[in-house]
Design a protein around this ligand. Structure first.
Ligand code: 26Q
Length: 800
């Protein structure tokens, strides 16, 4: 049906009429989207079945990627590209008078993630399928993804997200594969044939129903599966009507909404229920599949790897132990051997306040059997520690899984897995040398690094088709399958015609974004100004505050002398703050307050514009990255584990302005000093200052006029804001001694911006730098990352 334009048009019209029973003229963009979606699903179904058959028959090892988040975004256009039928469809629709991009816009983003961690999971799925690797995702089918952000009067408001409103074309509900999950109740121990047995009594049963989404590889027949679990009432429960309504409500709430990333908001029982729900459903289904292949359960780890994305799904460890012992009848030692050879774990943060822990008083009643198993794992681990460090109570207490009434999920992950990886070189080093040094000393062989990556199919081929064509015209299209060969562009960095074409493409991408900004914000921005962009979640450590304070100081300079030598700048922000993160919300209000004043000040001759883009998400990001000149990656060194937005900007030719943090360091290493703008303290200096003290933010406030002026403007109503509005920000800088070194790094940041200002004037050299960045960005394709995981951690091979 997609073999050529004519046959596509025929099928499409036929399906449209059959489904909607109206004339073509009366059909809507949404009808077109649904029809296309169903056609694609039908088209891939035979390959999907075949991939499943292959994994059943070839006895190869499979990996299951367990993640509480999968931030997929839209799937239509990506699926068309991966199937190699995008041109047929786009042109076929054009013949029918339909603009494909209007149809694409009908699709709601699948926003089942907060940010980096969830999007990484989505990029990994794309790479697994494209590399023909047997890897599948397991996640939760949240009814409401990450909240929708509205900006009203400069403040963030949150609305429930509604991606399922119009139904979901991509999913297949598989009721026959449902499994039951047990919460609460008590554990009955009894003896059978001289063996101790455990039985879960008086439990509340929840049914998990899988909804499978095909994951289509690029130009290959592989179609893997993302299995999203929906929580539903069990049909077997007999209760009175009042209880039934309550039971139904409580059960459905398990897959009701995605928790916004909020490390302050600890210990919510529903979040724990979500975690166990995902883990138990996934493991039951994985083991059922495995057993259907008649393999011996004691060899499971030769055929299956289970990866846990951060600690959120780490209950996979005790749950696997439970199934192997209580359901499969294995003894502890054998079950432990299998478990610790099956589970691998990625850490995504070093922020100690973000490390998950659960109070026993919440955990034990909800998951009584799982608690018993964790308790036993802890006992045995502490015995081992005692053997190695006899008498060192302090060390054992520090490393224990359970201590002071809390269960430490990262410790459970470290003890119960065979591989622990960080997500960028510096991050892994910090884990080994600092945060997890005791564990590194105990299990050195488990630790390894896997620097993050992004799928160049979505972030370059789909998001920036013009740049894609330009690159292929110069170096051919080998890079599409081997992204590291983008390096060949290095030979053309001085090529005047390449530079000119690149400039034209950037310009047109900027015009497209300027149009979106005009529509959404009503702000006119100049597409020839420098587009300086910071898009990411709002967090103190990411230092959006540093950016806006610097903008305030540029504004002060311009007000004093509007004729100063300054390239016109457009500063663009996009960021969601966790609803309970009061301070982050104040920063959003500050950005919007500054924007309002600056954008309406006629005296500064449009040299400065500030834009806050509402409801930043994957589909908007696809328009933003290709339009950026400058990429702001300005976290306090040591705090950003890796970052992945930095890689998306780089791949689209933006120059990075950043600290030596996360993957910025590896980007710097690849492009060299001349092609990146680095500023501020490095991680060692930051960690030194934390350890030994000696920083006083007030010194910077009192002794630096520029800093003094902007910080005072937070207090003195300069931006026409209500008294006290920004006191929490002022206080964080001066009373709380500026925990993220905003003032300390301020001057270095302002100087590097001045360097950017000068560098932008030399158009040719700027374009040359941009080409070098694109050329070196292939290293950050998630294909490279996934190959490393496949070889070093999972030991999986492509389907044959
Ligand atoms: C915790 C408790 C309660 C509710 C939610 C959470 C929660 C949810 C999401 C905690 C953390 C997250 C997400 C973390 C995250 O996205 N980390 C980022 O991971 C990226 C991929 O590895 C890295 O590039 C980023 O540096 C890292 O910040």
């Amino acid at each position: 049906m997609f073999s050529n334009k004519e046959s596509f048009k025929r099928y499409f019209l036929q399906r449209l009429e059959m489904t909607y029973g109206k004339t073509f003229e009366d059909t809507t963009s949404s009808d077109h989207f649904q029809t296309l979606g169903h056609m694609i699903r039908e088209y891939v179904s035979s390959n999907w079945i075949q991939t499943n058959e292959q994994s059943r028959n070839n006895n190869g090892k499979q990996v299951y990627y367990l993640s509480i988040e999968f931030l997929l975004g839209r799937l239509l256009h990506n699926n068309l590209i991966n199937l190699g039928i995008d041109q047929v469809v786009i042109e076929g629709l054009k013949d029918l008078g339909i603009d494909f991009f209007e149809v694409e816009d009908m699709e709601h983003d699948a926003g089942l993630g907060n940010g980096g961690l969830g999007r990484l999971a989505a990029c990994f799925l794309d790479s697994l399928a494209t590399l023909d690797l047997p890897g599948h995702g397991c996640g939760i089918r949240y009814k409401h993804g990450l909240f929708e952000q509205r900006i009203v009067d400069g403040y963030q408001l949150e609305l429930p997200e509604q991606w399922l409103k119009q139904g979901q074309v991509w999913e297949v509900r598989k009721e026959d594969l449902a499994v039951d999950i047990y919460f609460w109740g008590n554990i009955d121990m009894y003896e059978k044939n001289g063996k101790l047995q455990f039985r879960h009594l008086n439990a509340e049963t929840v049914t998990a129903v899988p909804h499978d989404v095909p994951v289509i590889g690029y130009h290959t027949t592989t179609v893997n599966t993302l299995r999203l679990w929906n929580a539903e009432p069990s049909s077997l429960i007999a209760k009175d009507v009042k209880d039934i309504m309550r039971y139904k409500r409580e059960t459905e709430s398990i897959s009701g909404f995605l928790y916004p990333d909020d490390s302050n908001d600890e210990g919510k029982i529903l979040r724990l229920k979500q975690q166990y729900f995902l883990v138990s459903a996934s493991l039951q289904s994985i083991i059922r599949n495995y057993k259907q292949q008649y393999k011996n359960i004691s060899e499971m780890h030769h055929y299956i790897s289970i990866h846990v994305n951060d600690t959120h799904p780490v209950l996979a460890i005790p749950e696997l132990m439970r199934i192997l012992m209580d359901e499969e009848g294995l003894g502890w030692d054998e079950a432990w051997e299998i478990t610790t050879n099956t589970i691998s774990y990625t850490n995504h943060t070093t922020l100690s306040e973000a490390l998950e822990q659960w109070p026993i008083y919440i955990f034990q009643p909800l998951l009584p059997r799982i608690y018993m198993i964790i308790d036993e794992i802890n006992e045995r681990f502490c015995m081992k520690l005692w053997k190695k460090y006899p008498g060192d109570f302090l060390k054992i207490e520090k490393m224990a899984i359970i201590a002071h009434g809390m269960i430490k999920m990262a410790h459970l992950a470290l003890v119960g897995s065979y591989s622990v990886n960080g997500v960028a070189e510096i991050h892994t080093e910090i884990l080994k040398k600092r945060e997890m040094a005791d564990f590194y000393a105990f299990y050195p062989e488990k630790f390894n690094n896997k620097t993050n990556g992004i799928t160049h199919r979505r972030w370059l081929i789909k998001a920036n088709p013009k740049l894609t064509n330009l690159i292929s015209n110069i170096i051919g299209d080998k890079w599409v399958n081997q992204p590291e060969s983008l390096r060949e562009l290095l030979n053309y960095q001085e090529d005047a015609s390449l530079q000119e074409n690149l400039a034209a493409i950037k310009q047109s991408n900027k015009e497209r974004l300027a149009k979106i900004i005009k529509e959404k914000n009503g702000i006119l921005v100049d597409p020839s100004s420098i587009f300086d962009v910071q898009v990411k979640r709002l967090h103190a450590y990411k230092r959006q505050l540093l950016n806006i304070l610097h903008i305030m100081s540029l504004y002060n300079k311009l007000r004093e002398d509007p004729s100063i030598d300054m390239e016109p700048r457009t500063f663009i922000f996009g960021a969601k703050a966790s609803p309970g993160y009061y301070y982050a919300k104040k920063i959003i209000k500050l950005i919007n307050t500054v924007a309002h004043k600056v954008n309406n000040d006629k005296r500064i001759q449009n040299k400065l514009k500030v834009v806050f883009i509402e409801n930043y998400r994957v589909s908007l990001a696809e328009h933003i990255f290709p339009a950026a000149d400058v990429s702001e990656q300005i976290s306090t060194a040591s705090k950003e584990a890796s970052g992945t937005g930095n890689m998306k900007f780089m791949m689209n030719g933006a120059l990075t302005l950043g600290t030596m943090d996360g993957a910025n360091i590896e980007m710097h290493e690849l492009v060299g000093d001349d092609n990146i703008f680095i500023f501020g303290m490095n991680a060692d200096q930051v960690l030194e200052l934390y350890q030994n003290g000696g920083y006083s933010s007030r010194e910077y406030f009192y002794h630096d006029d520029r800093i003094h002026e902007v910080v005072n403007q937070l207090k003195n109503g300069f931006y026409d804001h209500p008294v006290g509005e920004f006191d929490p920000i002022f206080d964080s800088l001066l009373i709380e001694n500026d925990q993220f070194f905003v003032l300390k790094d301020f001057n270095s940041y302002a100087s590097i911006h001045e360097k950017v200002n000068q560098a932008f004037k030399n158009k040719q050299d700027w374009l040359r730098k941009s080409i070098v960045n694109i050329a070196m960005s292939g290293h950050f394709s998630s294909d490279r990352t996934i190959k490393e995981y496949a070889e070093d951690i999972w030991r999986i091979k492509p389907y044959i």
